[in-house]
Design a binder for this molecule. Sequence first.
Ligand SMILES: C[S@@+](CC[C@H](N)C(=O)[O-])C[C@H]1O[C@@H](n2cnc3c(N)ncnc32)[C@H](O)[C@@H]1O
Length: 203
Amino acid sequence: MAATMMDARITTDKTGATEKTEKVLAHIEELANKRFLHIVSSQKAELLERLVRKNKPAFAVETGTLIGYSAIRIARNLPVNSKLVSIEINKFRAAEARKNISEAGLADKAEVVVGEAANVMGSLRAKAGFVFFDVADYLACLKALESNGCIGKGCTIVANNVMWFADKLAPYLAYVRKSGPYSSVYYDFGFDGMEVSIRNEKS
Ligand SMILES: C[S@@+](CC[C@H](N)C(=O)[O-])C[C@H]1O[C@@H](n2cnc3c(N)ncnc32)[C@H](O)[C@@H]1O
């Protein structure tokens, strides 16, 4: 099933924007242009934000922090006392991300863990209400989370770049679209797309 960004099922309530958060995000966008860093586009980030606000997860996880752009966009929309764990394999990028997250006033909401995504996922135990895959083997990561009981009913899983990497991601897409426990929708952004999958059953 395909959907557009204007899908009526997703509410567009207020973001958790503050002046300092906005300043850090603008700084990262500028850096990304200068340094050719692949941060998520603003349109895609808006979808992430709406899904986080809709789902109100107590715990969220993402793969691929880079310098913290998507982590900040997710974390600023989390409910009070909720937390994002963002996994980054490169310790220098992780350090830069931590600095940006802290300057954005979100150090208590987002933790950057250095490591390989699927390995770190395998060590998580908390029930995740929101997952964003932006790098690594999405299927291995999802299966690691499932086998730890981290994917509860209603968990929302967003997979980035599913049009660009359609061949590589074919097994992941077949799994979320056809294996049964997920309802999955493709969001078309023209230049690429994201797959949003909701867990219907307990893992
Ligand atoms: C596309 S960028 C992430 C962009 C980020 N989500 C954003 O929108 O701001 C991918 C990042 O994942 C990291 N990475 C690559 N392979 C990884 C792996 N197997 N596990 C964890 N991080 C990885 C890279 O170092 C890079 O910083």
